[in-house]
Design a protein around this ligand. Structure first.
Ligand code: AKG
Ligand code: FE2
Length: 358
């Protein structure tokens, strides 16, 4: 990696701590040790299962697990690449906008509507596709910016590791519900085409004390499971658990209904997405969340995050799986039924972008 002094924006050593004040109510999430679940610790696995049925969100403690260390270091390195990507001229970044049904590449600021008044989002994303990075550049189907090309091995390792951790978690959840774990593996083959990507995000420093801006509007993730690394506050979870598929409603936007997720050192934040709700017929919860500018002093820094989305293979149908813990019938009516994962994700992304669901 280039020298740290080349960078000015992503400076986690300098970040002030998350303010401890009743003005910033936080959500009390469980902390699950990756090492322990990998060692089949039954109590740890039970706590994780409960967290996935309740909030659909938990902290995943990384140290002590080899794969955990890859994510911890890899996320830092990915942010340094992100800095370089976001520093490219807008004109150049726009050469990488999403094409067709693939949500890969660049999303500029202000592309997504965040409220009923048509206020636009303030975060920029760069989505680095798993299916490209795990292949040699000669097999790539699209162009990637130089900083990404130069760090292909970082993105390949990060994608492979995050995908593997996601599947280990899903396998444990499947067993608890009496679902054959092979049903999960078959729908999430690493080498098959899927919407999986490493998302690099950058939100600008806060403009005003009142924090009116929203960096990323309320949403549930569209895939199966997400492994998120962030360093500054800003992520918020809606204060009542969501078991509704694809819930993108702006809902009650009053600040009191949102709880802050305080970043926890050495931990990833794991959350389930819509496909996990669908596969389990609503037993597992895909937590509704959004991103606002970091609170207090933290808001003076630009906010970076590194998100890995584990998604079902493109052709996979979003249907409940069989298992003794999965109720019969369809708790969500026909929503998403029979639609393949690629189509579902594309539709949801369009709905989120345009706000037509409201
Ligand atoms: O930046 C974060 O902390 C969360 C980002 C997120 O929710 C997303 O990209 O889906
Ligand atoms: Fe999200």
């Amino acid at each position: 990696m280039p020298h740290a002094e080349d960078y000015t924006e992503f400076t986690p050593d300098q970040y002030p701590s998350f303010p401890s004040s009743p003005d910033f109510p936080t959500i009390d999430l469980e902390t699950v040790s990756l090492k322990k679940i990998q060692e089949n610790d039954p109590a740890e696995q039970d706590r994780m299962f409960d967290a996935c049925k309740n909030w659909g969100f938990f902290y995943l403690e990384l140290p002590g697990s080899e794969q955990g260390e890859v994510i911890k270091k890899g996320a830092d390195d990915a942010c340094r690449v992100a800095e370089k990507v976001f520093q490219l001229p807008l004109e150049e970044k726009m050469e990488y906008t999403f094409t067709g049904k693939q949500l890969w590449g660049y999303k500029k600021i202000g592309q997504t509507q965040v409220d009923k008044n048509k206020t636009m989002d303030t975060a920029e994303f760069f989505n680095v596709a798993k299916n490209e990075m795990i292949l040699p550049p000669s097999q790539w189907t699209r162009k990637w910016p130089k900083p990404v090309v130069e760090h292909q091995s970082l993105f390949a390792e990060y994608s492979t590791t995050a995908h593997s951790i996601g599947l280990q978690i899903l396998e444990i959840l499947a067993r608890k519900l009496g679902i054959d774990p092979e049903e999960i593996h078959e729908r999430h083959r690493l080498e098959k085409m899927a919407g999986d990507h490493v998302r690099l995000t950058r939100g600008p420093p806060r403009k005003s004390v009142e924090m009116p801006e929203i960096q990323t509007p309320a949403h549930t993730d569209f895939g199966t499971i997400t492994i998120l690394m962030n360093w500054l506050g800003g992520l918020q979870v809606y204060g009542s658990p969501n078991h509704i598929l694809g819930n993108l409603d702006f809902a009650d936007d009053t600040t009191s209904s949102w709880l802050w997720v305080k970043p926890k050192p050495n931990c990833a934040i794991v959350n389930l997405g819509d496909a996990a709700v669908k596969f389990t017929n609503g037993v597992l919860c895909s937590g509704r969340h959004r991103v606002v500018p970091s609170p207090g002093e933290q808001g003076k820094w630009p906010r970076y995050s590194v998100v890995y989305f584990v998604r079902p293979n493109d052709e996979c149908k979003l249907k409940a799986l069989k298992g003794e813990g999965v109720p019969e019938g369809d708790v969500d009516g026909e929503e998403g039924e029979g639609v393949n994962a690629q189509e579902w994700i594309f539709r949801q992304a369009e709905r989120l972008r345009t706000g037509v669901y409201n």
